[in-house]
Each structure stands twice: as structure tokens, then as C-alpha cells.
Design a protein around this ligand. Structure first.
Ligand SMILES: Cc1cc2nc3c(=O)[nH]c(=O)nc-3n(C[C@H](O)[C@H](O)[C@H](O)COP(=O)(O)OP(=O)(O)OC[C@H]3O[C@@H](n4cnc5c(N)ncnc54)[C@H](O)[C@@H]3O)c2cc1C
Length: 358
């Protein structure tokens, strides 16, 4: 049943969380120790960077989207950067030095490292956003979206999401992988937030608090901006809604990922891989799946359509349209679209912040 978000209690929703002196901070934000997490320390960080620069980055661009290839294709430096095992400066300098040594024919390798460098820029860009406006950690970046989801928090949906029981195999497999490893690639993080924000209509703040306890690389500047971008409350980014069934078809077509993380899915024949709840009851009984297969929490198509409409209606309100300018002024990227041409004023680009795919 839906309830106001304030009823959730300990969430510091309407006021800033208290700042503690550094030495009082708990050693980790994690609520558990993911058994398959990356190991910490400077040596591991340097080794991870070395392997990425010399070999793994060749497959970076093609491999970062699928949760199957991403653990190897991505740099895996986020946790080391967040915990200070390695500095941004040395990662950038080593990357540039390595690129200078690449032979001209190493085009794919160079393209991978160029894409990597742009993400390192985003890292700093998003941390600066939070420095510029710390309040985006707990309230909507565009205040015109206040009240959009706050009164409708469905605790049962939230608990099912956290327990990997949404019924959508790709979502449940991602939650399981996150719990076991403390890491997910960008696209799957975005999909989790999108499912929470649109079909499940959950406010980003409790979802973000939960995810912050799961990510080994929790970095508030990146995290809260992403939560708001993927939930549509920045008011300046294009609405992106990830369909979890389509994501599975595109990025895990043979079910290797979901079958790895959800053992019961190994029993599910390919015909019902993407929508196992449609499997005839007698077959579910025969394969001992009845206790494991959860029907989706909502009808995906209907719930997504309704949520997009609610967001669209809010976006069309004159005061919300008027408020967009102030958000662009404070948060949009400013960089010349054509660096060599002289421009009188910086051109503001919003789309570039979301252009993560190739
Ligand atoms: C909802 C959501 C929450 C996120 N929370 C975090 C977080 O708490 N901490 C975090 O480091 N990243 C976060 N990200 C961004 C991204 O998913 C991770 O940086 C990336 O998956 C980490 O893996 P990697 O180091 O192999 O990344 P790579 O793809 O190899 O990227 C290299 C580095 O660039 C930076 N980076 C990559 N993508 C982004 C991005 N979109 N925005 C800003 N910087 C980026 C990170 O420092 C990363 O380590 C979040 C993304 C989403 C959608």
C-alpha cells in the first residue's frame, strides 16, 4: 500500500544529514561485506589500472553495456578511486602516457581509452555538482518536481526490489549480483533506478540510500546526481526509461547472466526466459518452480505508461517549465561545442551528461 515517504522514519528526507568529523565516520558505508567483492589496497589498485591500460581497455567500448562482459571490460577503478587507494591525477596521467605510446594502428585501443578519459572527467564534474549544491543529496534538483512521488511510496514494492523479488529476472539478477559483489555496470545501475522510479513509482531518496549501502564505490556526488537523472527530477535531462525485459533480450539474450545469479532460472526453458511468469502452471509445478517464480509486481507496460504520463504532465506545468532555466544555469555542462571556433558565450550542453552509450 502506498504511503507518504516521511512515514519511512529514519530517512533524513526533509533535512540535511548531520555531518560528522572525519574520524567519527564508520569504516565503511556498506551494511554487509559482499563475499565476492574486489579486494582493497594500493597494490590492487595499481595492478587493476595496469591490466586495464595494457589489455582490458581494448574491449571497453563494446563490452561496458552487457552485465556479462562489463566486469572485465570496465576499468573497475571506481572503488579504488572512492576509497582513495589511487588518485584521479595518477589515473589520468598514466592513461595519457599509455596512449602516447600506442602505435597508430591501435585505433580500437585508443578509442577505448578516450572513452575512459571522458568518464574520468564526468567523475569530477558530478562531484563538483554536489559541491555547488549539496542539497541535491536529499531534495529534487528541480523543485518543480517536489510532491511528484513523495505521497505514493509503496513499501511492499521497495522491499521486493531489495529482496530481488520483483519478478523481472534481469532486475532480480542485478540486485543479487550487487549484493554478492558490491558492483554493477552503469547500464544495470541505471536500469535498477529506472524500474524503481517509473513502473514501481518509488521516490529516489530511499532507493538511493539503499543502493549507497550496496555499492562498494559509493561516491555521493556521482550517486545522487545519477539517482535524480534516472528518476527525471533534474528537469533538464531527457527521460530515459529502461525496460527490464528488453535489457535482458539485448544484453543477456541466452540467459547466461540471469541463470548465473538466479539458480532457479536454470530450470526455466528458453521459451520463457524473459517472461518466466507466463510459463503454464503445470510446467512450473513439474519443474518445482512455483515457490521461486514471483509474478511481476505490476504490469510493466501499463505502469510505465502511467508513470511517464505523470512526469510529462508535471513537466508541462508553466512554473516547472520556467524553473528549468535556473537548473541549467547551475548544473548543465558548459563547454564549447566547437572548441576551435571563437564563441562569445559558453554553450550549455545537457545531453552530453547522459550520452553514456555508443
Ligand atoms: C544510479 C547510479 C549510481 C551510481 N553511483 C556511483 C557511485 O556511487 N560511485 C561511482 O563511482 N559511480 C557511480 N555510478 C557511475 C558508474 O556506474 C560507475 O562509475 C561505474 O559503473 C564504475 O565502474 P568502473 O570503475 O569499472 O567504471 P568505468 O566505466 O571504467 O569508468 C571509469 C571511472 O569513471 C567514473 N565514471 C564512470 N561512469 C561515470 C558516470 N556516469 N558519472 C560519473 N563518473 C563516472 C568512475 O569514477 C569510474 O571509476 C553510478 C551510476 C548510476 C546509474
Amino acid at each position: 500500500m502506498a504511503q507518504p515517504i516521511q512515514a519511512l522514519g529514519p530517512l533524513h528526507f526533509w533535512r540535511p544529514p548531520s555531518r560528522k568529523p572525519l574520524d567519527m565516520l564508520a569504516p565503511s558505508h556498506l551494511t554487509h561485506n559482499p563475499p565476492l567483492r574486489q579486494h582493497g589496497g594500493r597494490e590492487k589498485a595499481l595492478d587493476t589500472l595496469h591490466r586495464f591500460l595494457h589489455a582490458r581497455s581494448i574491449g571497453y567500448r563494446g563490452g561496458m553495456s552487457s552485465p556479462l562482459s562489463a566486469p572485465d571490460a570496465c576499468s573497475r577503478l571506481s572503488a579504488y578511486l572512492a576509497h582513495g587507494c589511487i588518485s584521479m591525477r595518477e589515473v589520468v596521467q598514466q592513461t595519457r602516457a599509455h596512449m602516447d605510446q600506442l602505435p597508430p594502428q591501435a585505433a580500437r585501443h585508443r578509442a577505448g581509452l578516450t572513452a575512459f578519459l571522458s568518464r574520468l572527467h564526468w567523475h569530477c564534474h558530478f562531484i563538483q555538482k554536489l559541491e555547488s549544491e549539496p542539497a541535491i543529496e536529499w531534495r529534487n534538483m528541480h523543485r518543480g518536481y517536489d510532491g511528484l512521488r513523495e505521497q505514493d511510496f509503496n513499501l511492499a514494492h521497495f522491499e521486493a526490489l531489495k529482496a530481488a523479488r520483483t519478478g523481472w529476472p534481469m532486475v532480480d539478477a542485478c540486485v543479487t549480483m550487487l549484493r554478492e559483489t558490491g558492483w554493477l555496470n552503469f547500464r544495470m545501475r541505471a536500469m535498477l533506478v529506472s524500474v524503481a522510479a517509473y513502473p514501481l513509482w518509488l521516490h529516489w531518496r530511499p532507493v538511493g540510500e539503499w543502493l549507497a549501502t550496496q555499492f562498494l564505490d559509493y561516491e555521493p556526488g556521482i550517486h545522487w546526481s545519477q539517482l535524480q537523472m534516472q528518476s527525471g527530477t533534474t528537469g533538464i535531462n531527457t527521460t530515459r526509461v529502461y525496460n527490464p525485459v528488453k535489457q535482458a533480450q539485448d544484453h543477456d539474450p541466452h540467459g547466461r547472466f540471469v541463470r548465473h545469479w538466479l539458480p532457479h532460472m536454470r530450470q526455466v526453458p528458453d521459451t520463457w526466459l524473459f517472461e518466466p511468469w507466463l510459463m503454464p502452471q503445470h510446467l512450473q509445478t513439474q519443474l518445482s518452480l512455483r515457490d521461486h517464480l514471483a509474478a511481476p509486481l505490476v504490469d510493466l507496460a501499463t505502469a510505465t505508461r502511467e508513470s511517464k504520463q505523470r512526469l510529462h504532465d508535471r513537466r508541462q506545468q508553466p512554473e516547472v517549465r520556467a524553473g528549468k532555466k535556473a537548473v541549467i544555469e547551475q548544473h548543465a555542462s558548459r563547454k564549447p561545442l566547437h572548441p576551435r571556433k571563437k564563441t562569445t558565450a559558453p554553450q550549455v550542453t545537457v545531453q552530453q551528461q547522459l550520452g553514456f552509450d555508443f
